[in-house]
Design a protein around this ligand. Structure first.
Ligand code: FAD
Length: 397
């Protein structure tokens, strides 16, 4: 099973990586997948002077995709992993910059409360030096201070909390659609088709087939296909990207407490096993709770999006405990979203070992959404030869 979302493994067993291609401006690039990774990548490639076509089978932020829920957390905390901390710092800048370009609010800076059970919580503690260096300090809250600031949270079994004032949440589906709208306005081509990769000859993918029966060609193909990557390239990725069924629930808050619950920040309960987390907002769908523990293996195309009663039971028990006012809260909605897990929880940005003109971009592993713009910018920088990709994202590590 892959590692938990909140702390990908950082060790590198090999330092080697495939040589990623560098392209002339004006080269043709087909990006397959308009989720958080593919949409932003298409936009940044376009802004860097490439001739881009974006293709998605079911549309940006569709309900089968990992990016298709209402909201996603954005936070820099990644334990001792500075690569993701700094990637997120850049992502925060790009979310701010692009939401003003789009004229649409997508980032909500509610802050994030980390609820810690032990005096030492490496996932949070090991990020504190980075927070200091980036002038993004967190506030330590002892149990009493936490209970006073957030009266709806039961704190007796917690040791302390850390409040990160720079974190918050993103509108998820809406962002994907806003990115694609901007991409079209800025001159990008979009089509809705299911893509099947063609043959590889002389180390090049010759073409792709789309569901209408056409064959398309380009100088480079970026496959940002989320949970589908393992099925599209089974010879390379079948055991690299696995898809698990993940659940988020929306509960109804008592009518006299809506304001109090609306004031809550993003919260993460660092119990070390299930990692429950919650996000306010959600277009009034309800009080959202997510369960980060990996669910059963799932087929992203055919899998039914019905909840697992065992997971719901655990989630209910948890919210009744942590938020006593919600002990009898009714379930209003639930969502099943797939995690596209890499073996160690790290993203994958690398080329096909047998095709120099095929890039794999994915492995978001339950934490990729927030990094979308920073990953799009990185891909464009690497393909224009101005930056190297972190070795952490290599297939060869
Ligand atoms: C329940 C849940 C909670 C999460 N919470 C967070 C969070 O709080 N913060 C965070 O940062 N991240 C979070 N994530 C992770 C994040 O949502 C994902 O890592 C990210 O959305 C992945 O984006 P993607 O573009 O790689 O994949 P997707 O969003 O799945 O996009 C892939 C796209 O490719 C298209 N596609 C696939 N195959 C083909 C094909 N053959 N032809 C054409 N199109 C194709 C699909 O239609 C889809 O639109 C969460 C994920 C889940 C499921």
């Amino acid at each position: 099973m892959p590692t938990q979302t909140f702390a990908p493994t950082t060790s590198l067993s090999k330092a080697t990586a495939y040589q990623l291609p560098v392209l002339e401006k004006g080269s043709t690039i087909i990006v397959v997948g308009a989720g958080a990774f593919g949409g932003w990548t298409a936009l940044y490639l376009l802004r860097n002077g490439f001739n881009v076509t974006l293709i998605d089978a079911w549309g940006a932020g569709n309900s089968r995709s990992s990016s298709g829920d209402e909201t996603r957390v954005i936070r820099s905390t990644y334990g001792a992993n500075e690569t993701y901390f700094s990637l997120n710092v850049r992502a925060l800048e790009l979310w701010e910059e692009n939401q003003s370009r789009f004229g649409k609010k997508l980032f909500y800076n509610t802050g994030a409360l980390w609820m810690c059970y032990q005096e030492n919580t490496p996932l949070v503690d090991d990020s504190l030096p980075f927070a200091k260096n980036y002038a993004m300090d967190y506030a330590y809250l002892n149990r009493e201070a936490m209970a006073k600031k957030f009266p709806s949270i039961f704190t007796d079994d917690l040791h302390h909390g850390y409040f990160d004032p720079f974190a918050g949440y993103l509108k998820a589906r809406e962002s994907c659609q806003a990115v694609v709208e901007a991409y079209i306005q800025e001159g990008g081509q979009l089509t809705q088709q299911f893509v099947t990769p063609g043959h590889i000859e002389n180390e090049k993918l010759r073409s792709i087939a789309v569901s209408s029966g056409q064959t398309l060609t380009a100088d480079l193909y970026v496959f940002a296909c989320g949970s589908w990557l393992g099925q599209l390239f089974p010879e390379i990725l079948e055991n690299v990207i696995t898809c698990s069924k993940q659940e988020a629930y929306y509960f109804g808050v008592p009518k006299n407490l809506t304001e109090e619950f609306n004031r809550l920040p993003v919260w993460i309960d660092v119990d070390g096993e299930d990692f429950y987390y919650g996000i306010p907002g959600n277009a009034n769908r309800g009080f959202k709770i997510g369960v980060d523990k990996r669910g059963e293996i799932f087929d992203p195309t055919h899998g039914e999006r019905t909840h697992n009663p065992e997971v719901l039971k655990k989630a209910r028990k948890f919210i009744g405990h942590r938020f006593p006012a919600l002990a009898n809260a009714p379930l209003l909605e639930n969502r099943v979203c797939p995690y596209e897990n890499s073996p160690d929880g790290n993203f994958i940005f690398d080329r096909h070992p047998e095709a120099q003109n095929v890039i794999f971009l994915g492995g978001g592993s339950g934490h990729g959404f927030k990094h979308g713009p920073a990953m799009g910018e990185l891909v464009a920088d690497v393909l224009t030869g101005t930056r190297k990709s972190p070795a952490l994202f290599s297939l060869l590590k």
